[in-house]
Design a protein around this ligand. Structure first.
Ligand code: ADP
Length: 498
């Protein structure tokens, strides 16, 4: 099969979250399974100056944007260690900026226009290059117009009618809503601006557009696929998702173990695997404590958290527990993240006042993220909602036992420690249901008590490290989904011909 992935982020070119990891790893895994994949990304400044070799193409693309025509070009690169071509849609006025979506907490005011252009440019590129495409796989609201253009503007054009579309929701909380006049930018007829299709409470909604027009929809875990069919996690789109539930499914993201494996990780002071985990983690913990200025304390549980410091991630719960425990409990806390100013301030203050207990790095640092996974005994992820979550999967591999709130992908990937799950060897972490400080505190206490029982702890660590959340597994599920979607889309076409 020939798969075209269109997205607004992919490692190593552009990243703000887990989406970038998925869009980089899935095509490589598809290639390994014998399929052909290409990736389309906007030509951001960072992506073009990112150090990967770039090639000019001769392709010039003209896209109608409202009443004007905007020109762009295509640049070509490769995903590292693969044959997967990456095409950058180059349009400097739209993409040659310092950030992907906005600065200083405000979105760029022309985001709708930027992604209208991107979506049409991708479909134009298909005929101009030309590319053979069986499935277009679009990701999140930035590419939500692609399924719509395929169904409406490109219907009947030679080469396009055989293309099926899959739309993946990575996070339903970000929907790409714009004022209604931006409908004019899309070039689509106003008749589609209705509450069954592109309109959402008077606004243009690009996530909804993708959900309505795609041939199939999936999200990044089976549990999140269920949860979003109801309020509150449906974020207002639960009705649309219920209507489309026949074509809605969930596939847990994979981990790129070429990057996230403590046995080979170049960022760690000492590499380790399941057999050498006790010594390996002890060395990494000592080095992490030294790096962050925490006292060297091999027996004090070290709790790590990496991620966006926003409400979604339950950071307020963490902040309360840290504040509550910092004087009385012998626990070390390591926080790595960026996000809302109030959390920056809070953790910076805690780290300043309690340097023996709290280390906060309010920055984005991939190397430090690796060292935290290796040095931490416990990894915290008390998310309010979590479409899939990657950090808990890294934690499993690095022997940092996850403490999670049971939501979305965290339910599908972490098994709570109980006498039963210990007995059958499935226990991999600790989880709780209520979004309450008390529930988190109690679960953390449970984890720390278990940490004190070295044999049991070692067993939980081993259970986690043995799990396989590789992309090979997820990619196989995507192949099945592409195939079933393609069969469904092409069946009527074949019937017509007979
Ligand atoms: P989300 O996509 O909601 O942000 P995920 O857990 O799915 O959450 O993915 C987050 C990704 O971003 C992970 O790879 C995580 O390690 C990384 N990440 C987030 N914040 C930071 C940070 N401050 N420094 C380094 N990596 C980070």
């Amino acid at each position: 099969m020939n798969i075209l992935l269109a997205a607004s982020e992919a490692v190593p070119f552009a990243k703000t979250g887990g989406l970038a990891d998925v869009v980089a790893a899935l095509p490589v895994a598809l290639e390994r399974l014998g399929h052909r994949a290409v990736v389309f990304l906007p030509g951001y400044r960072g992506a073009l100056n990112g150090g990967q070799p770039l090639e000019q193409t001769q392709v010039r693309i003209s896209v109608p944007i409202g009443s004007k025509t905007v020109e762009g070009t295509l640049l070509k690169s490769r995903l590292p260690d693969s044959q997967v071509d990456v095409y950058f849609v180059q349009q400097d006025e739209y993409y040659l900026r310092d950030e992907l979506y906005g600065v200083n907490g405000s979105d760029y005011i022309d985001n709708c226009e930027r992604f209208v252009f991107f979506c049409r440019a991708v479909l134009e590129a298909v005929r101009q290059l030309p590319l053979r495409v069986d499935v277009v796989h679009a990701h999140d609201w930035q590419t939500g117009l692609i399924p719509a253009y395929l169904k409406i503007a490109y219907r009947g054009l030679p080469g396009y009618e055989q293309i099926a579309s899959l739309f993946t929701i990575h996070n339903l909380a970000y929907q790409g809503t714009f004022w209604h006049w931006d409908m004019l930018l899309t070039g689509l007829d106003w008749k589609y601006f209705n509450w069954h299709q592109m309109e959402f409470y008077g606004k243009l909604n690009l996530m909804k557009t993708g959900l309505v027009f795609a041939d199939a929809i999936n999200t990044v875990s089976p549990r999140y696929a269920e949860e979003i069919q109801n309020a509150p996690l449906g974020c207002g789109l639960e009705g649309v998702l219920q209507q489309r539930r026949e074509v809605l499914s969930g596939i847990v993201n994979g981990v790129d173990y070429r990057i996230w494996d403590p046995a080979t990780d170049p960022h760690l002071p000492k590499n380790y695997d399941e057999r050498s985990v006790v010594e390996g983690k002890a060395a990494c913990k000592a080095a992490l404590q030294a790096e962050l200025g925490l006292p060297s304390a091999p027996d004090v549980p070290l709790v790590g958290l990496i991620g966006r410091l926003v409400d979604q991630k339950g950071i307020d719960l963490v902040a309360e527990v840290v504040q509550d425990w910092v004087r009385s409990n012998d626990v070390q806390w390591v926080i790595l993240g960026t996000g809302e100013a109030r959390y920056h301030q809070l953790f910076a203050t805690l780290a300043e006042r309690f340097p023996q207990k709290v280390a906060a790095r309010l920055a984005f640092s991939e190397p430090l993220a690796h060292r935290i996974e290796a040095g931490a005994d416990i990894f915290l992820m008390p998310s309010r909602f979590e479409p899939c979550g990657l950090n808990q999967l890294y934690s499993l591999k690095y022997g940092a036992v996850p403490v999670v709130r049971g939501t979305g992908g965290l339910v599908d990937t972490i098994t709570d420690t109980t006498p039963q799950s210990l007995a059958d060897g499935t226990a991999t972490g600790f989880s709780f249901r209520e979004t309450e400080v008390l529930a988190l505190a109690e679960t953390l206490r449970r984890a720390i008590n278990t940490y004190r029982q070295a044999d049991t702890w070692r067993q939980i660590v081993a259970n986690g490290m043995r799990q396989d959340w590789s992309w090979g597994r997820s990619a196989q599920q995507y192949v099945q989904l592409y195939q079933s979607t393609l069969t469904r889309v092409r069946a009527p076409l074949i019937a017509e011909r007979v």
